[in-house]
Design a protein around this ligand. Structure first.
Ligand code: PEP
Length: 262
C-alpha cells in the first residue's frame, strides 16, 4: 500500500516534469586531497541518471572541480554578487563563473543570511542578476527555530519567496531549497510530514501568487540533516523534488542520497 502510494507520487512528479535534483553544499570544507576523495566516490557512483546532481564548491576549487568532476555532476558556486565586475573586494561575478564553465550558484543560504547579514532584498537582487547572466540558481529559504515555535514558518518562507518574486519573472532556472535553519548541521531532520507540509503550502502559495505553471514545474528541495538513512522517506513525499545536503555531501553516503528515489 505504502509503496504504491510512493509510486503514484513519483509518477505525479514525473508527469509535472520535475526531475529529482540533489545538491551537495560543501560549504567551507575540503582540501585538494579531500576533494579528490569526494570526486572518487562521485565517479564510482553509480549515480541515478534520472537525478540531477550538483556540487556546491568553495570558490578557490571551482575550476579544479569543474575540470575533474564526472560529466554527470554539475558544479555550483556557493555565492556570487550582483554586478559584472568592479570594486567589490572578495566577491565573484556571474560572468566569472560562466567564464570557467560553472552554470549553477547557491544563493540565500541561511549561513549567508545569518552570519553575513544578507537581506531578503539583497538575495533577491543576486538571484535576478545571476539568472539574467545565464546561471541557474538554487535559492534557499527557511525559518529559524524561534520562528517555527512562534508559528511563523509559512509567513517566513512566503516572505522570502515573495522577495525573489518581486525581482524574477522567469522561474525556469530556479530551484528552491527549503531548509529549516534548526535542521541545518544539527542532526535534527524535519520529519517527512513536517517537510512535506511546508513544501505543499509553498507550492500552493506559488500557484496563487506567481502562477500555476510555476507551481507545477518548480523543483523544491528539502535541506537539513539529510542522510543516507532518512533520504528515502523524505524523497518519497509528493512535493519534495530533491535535497540540498551539507555534511553528508562530503561522505560516500552522498551517493545513497542521490539514489534516494531509485
Ligand atoms: C546545508 O548546509 O544546506 C545543509 C542542509 O546542511 P546539513 O545537511 O549538514 O544539515
Amino acid at each position: 500500500m505504502e509503496s504504491s502510494k510512493s509510486l503514484n507520487e513519483c509518477k505525479c512528479r514525473l508527469a509535472m516534469g520535475r526531475k529529482f535534483v540533489v545538491g551537495g553544499n560543501w560549504k567551507m570544507n575540503g582540501t585538494k586531497q579531500q576533494i579528490n576523495e569526494i570526486l572518487s566516490f562521485l565517479k564510482a557512483g553509480p549515480l541515478n541518471p534520472d537525478t540531477e546532481v550538483i556540487v556546491g564548491v568553495p570558490a578557490v576549487y571551482l575550476d579544479y572541480v569543474k575540470t575533474n568532476s564526472p560529466a554527470n555532476v554539475e558544479v555550483a558556486a556557493q555565492n556570487c554578487y550582483k554586478a559584472d565586475k568592479g570594486a567589490f573586494t572578495g566577491e565573484l561575478s556571474p560572468i566569472m563563473l560562466k567564464d570557467i564553465g560553472v552554470n549553477w550558484v547557491i544563493l540565500g543560504h541561511s549561513e549567508r543570511r545569518q552570519i553575513f547579514g544578507e537581506s531578503d532584498e539583497l538575495i533577491a537582487e543576486k538571484v535576478a542578476f545571476a539568472l539574467s547572466n545565464g546561471l541557474k540558481v538554487i535559492a534557499c529559504i527557511g525559518e529559524t527555530l524561534q520562528e517555527r515555535e512562534a508559528g511563523k514558518t509559512e509567513e517566513v518562507v512566503f516572505r522570502q519567496t515573495q522577495a525573489i518574486a518581486n525581482k524574477v519573472k522567469d522561474w525556469s532556472n530556479v530551484v528552491i531549497a527549503y531548509e529549516p535553519v534548526w535542521a541545518i548541521g544539527t542532526g535534527k531532520t524535519a520529519t517527512p510530514q513536517q517537510a512535506q507540509e511546508v513544501h505543499k503550502a509553498l507550492r500552493e502559495w506559488i500557484g496563487k501568487n506567481i502562477s500555476q505553471d510555476v507551481a507545477n514545474s518548480i523543483r523544491i528541495q528539502y535541506g537539513g540533516s539529510v542522510t543516507g538513512t532518512n533520504c528515502k522517506e523524505l524523497g518519497s513525499q509528493a512535493d519534495i523534488d530533491g535535497f540540498l545536503v551539507g555534511g553528508a555531501s562530503l561522505k560516500p553516503e552522498f551517493v545513497t542520497i542521490v539514489n534516494a528515489r531509485q
